[in-house]
Design a protein. Structure first.
Ligand code: ZN
Length: 218
C-alpha cells in the first residue's frame, strides 16, 4: 500500500527523506541506560519503510526484540537553510512508530556500528495521517501523545519534556541539511518502550490527530 503522495489541504508532498531524532526525552534515555546528548542525535529511515494505518505489519526476521517507540512526527512544507522561524516550516503533524529491533541495536552499539539494521528495516515506520499544522490551533510545545498495546497503555508523553524542543530540532536539522518540502521528522520517544509480539494490536494517538492502529502478523 502506498502512502505517497501525502496530501494536506490540496497540497501534495512526495517525501524523499525521513529524519529521526534519538535520545530526546530524559526518562527514555534513563530506561535504556544512555548518555544525554549535547546536540540532537539524528538517524534516517527510507521512505519505503512507511506503513499506513491499518496496513498489516509483519515481524522482521533478523531480530527478536521488536520495540514500539511512539513519536510526534512533522511534515516540512517549504525549503529552508539555517531557518530562524522554525515552526513556520511545518506543514503537518501526526504520530508514528519508530519500530526498533532492540537486541540488534544493542549489538550494533556495542560494536560501534551504524544503526540501520535495527532502525531502518522494511516496515519500520508506521505513520499516522498528517493533520494540517496551524500554530493558532496546535501547541507543538505542549502536545500529549500515547501508545497502547492490546488496550494497555504503554507510553504516555508530552512534547514539553523534549531535551531539544521542536523549534530547536528544525533549526539544527536545517544547519546540517537544506530542508525540503515533504521531509518527515520523527521527533523522539518518551519512556515506556517495550516489546511487541505477533498478534499484538498497537494504537497510537494524540488529541490533535486522533488514533491510528496496526496489528502485527508473522
Ligand atoms: Zn525513536
Amino acid at each position: 500500500m502506498s502512502v505517497l503522495p501525502i496530501t494536506i489541504n490540496d497540497r501534495s508532498f512526495n517525501p524523499q527523506r525521513i529524519f529521526c531524532i534519538g535520545k530526546n526525552y530524559d526518562e527514555h534515555i534513563k530506561e535504556l541506560g544512555g548518555q544525554t546528548p549535547e546536540e540532537p542525535v539524528v538517524f534516517m529511515k527510507p521512505v519505503s519503510s512507511i506503513v499506513v494505518p491499518g496496513e498489516t505489519l509483519c515481524m522482521p526476521r533478523h531480530g527478536k526484540l521488536l520495540h514500539h517507540e511512539v513519536e510526534v512526527v512533522l511534515l516540512i512544507g517549504k525549503e529552508g537553510r539555517d531557518v530562524s522561524d522554525a515552526l513556520s516550516y511545518i506543514a503537518g503533524v501526526t504520530v508514528g512508530l519508530d519500530l526498533t529491533l532492540r537486541d540488534v541495536q544493542g549489538r550494533l552499539k556495542k560494536a560501534g556500528l551504524p544503526w540501520e539494521l535495527s532502525k531502518s528495516f522494511e516496515q519500520s515506520a508506521p505513520l499516522g495521517d498528517f493533520k494540517a499544522y496551524d500554530a493558532n490551533v496546535i501547541d507543538l510545545e505542549n502536545l500529549s501523545f500515547s501508545c497502547s498495546v492490546n488496550g494497555d497503555l504503554r507510553q504516555q508523553g508530552n512534547t514539553c519534556d523534549m531535551l531539544f524542543p521542536i523549534r530547536s530540532l528544525i533549526y539544527t536539522l536545517s544547519r546540517w541539511w537544506t530542508l525540503q518540502p515533504g521531509d518527515i521528522i520523527y521527533t523522539g520517544t518518551p519512556s515506556g518502550v517495550g516489546s511487541l509480539e505477533s498478534g499484538d494490536r498497537v494504537d497510537i494517538e494524540s488529541p490533535v490527530t486522533g488514533s491510528f492502529s496496526w496489528t502485527l502478523s508473522f
